[in-house]
Design a protein around this ligand. Structure first.
Ligand code: DX5
Ligand code: ZN
Length: 220
């Protein structure tokens, strides 16, 4: 049995009680903590930045998976690495020199991720697929938590899985947006192995139980 990596998104946490929320994740079966950085330019919302990421890292016992929804991410990649990021994802739509961005992230000793919007074709990734550790496939339009899952994601995941296999790459597929107990299993069956979940986890009465249930979604 192959268990997925579960990465709860701290964007949906209670920001006035971040320490408590991070400690809850430490005690849970979560594998990573997903950290959403929004600049109000690449996406129509602003979340938080480097000092808050550092504060999360101070209490976290799990790797930080930092999702940069920002323009010119190369200006901030090093700062987020120093703030504790283990995985850093930049958006393909924000990177005219994506290969260079991936090299920069790897040189800093982090795992290199590429996030891709719902409308963007996976062919954009074909020539760099062997250089990508994680593809963060957006299953909602980035900018806000709590949105409805876009069903076309299943087809996209399956096609990306095929592309990865064809290239003999070890790239992992992460799904970000609207993930819940219903779509978790079909997403894993289509080829995903990392599930991000914000609202579904943090709006639950017992977030640790929800995380545990997601973790038990088997990969066939
Ligand atoms: C969306 C963010 C997601 C979001 C997921 O822009 O990248 O990581 O926090 O939240 P839910 O699971 O509520 O869609
Ligand atoms: Zn995200």
């Amino acid at each position: 049995m192959n268990l997925p990596i579960i990465a709860p998104s701290i964007l949906a946490a209670d920001f006035a009680n971040l320490e408590r929320e991070v400690k809850m994740l430490n005690e849970s079966e979560a594998d990573w903590i997903h950290v959403d950085i929004m600049d109000g330019v690449f996406v129509p919302n602003i979340s938080f930045g480097i000092p808050v990421t550092e504060a999360i890292h101070r209490h976290a016992k799990k790797p930080l998976d930092v999702h940069l929804m920002i323009v010119q991410p190369e200006r901030y990649v090093e700062a987020f690495r120093k703030a504790g990021a283990e995985v850093i994802s930049v958006h393909v739509e924000a990177c005219p020199h994506l290969h260079r961005n991936l090299q920069q992230i790897k040189l800093l000793g982090a795992k290199a991720g590429v996030a891709i919007n719902p409308h963007t074709s996976i062919t954009e990734l074909e020539n760099v697929i062997t250089d990508i550790d994680v593809v963060c496939m957006m299953s909602v339009n980035p900018g806000f938590g709590g949105q409805k899952f876009i069903e076309n994601t299943y087809r996209k995941v399956a096609a990306l899985k095929e592309m990865i296999a064809r290239a003999g790459a070890k790239t992992l597929i992460e799904i970000d947006g609207g993930v819940n107990q219903q779509n978790a299993k079909p997403l894993l069956e289509a080829g995903a192995s990392i599930l991000v979940a914000g609202n579904f986890v943090f709006s639950a009465n017992d977030p640790k139980e929800v995380i545990s249930n997601l973790k038990q979604s088997e990969i066939a």
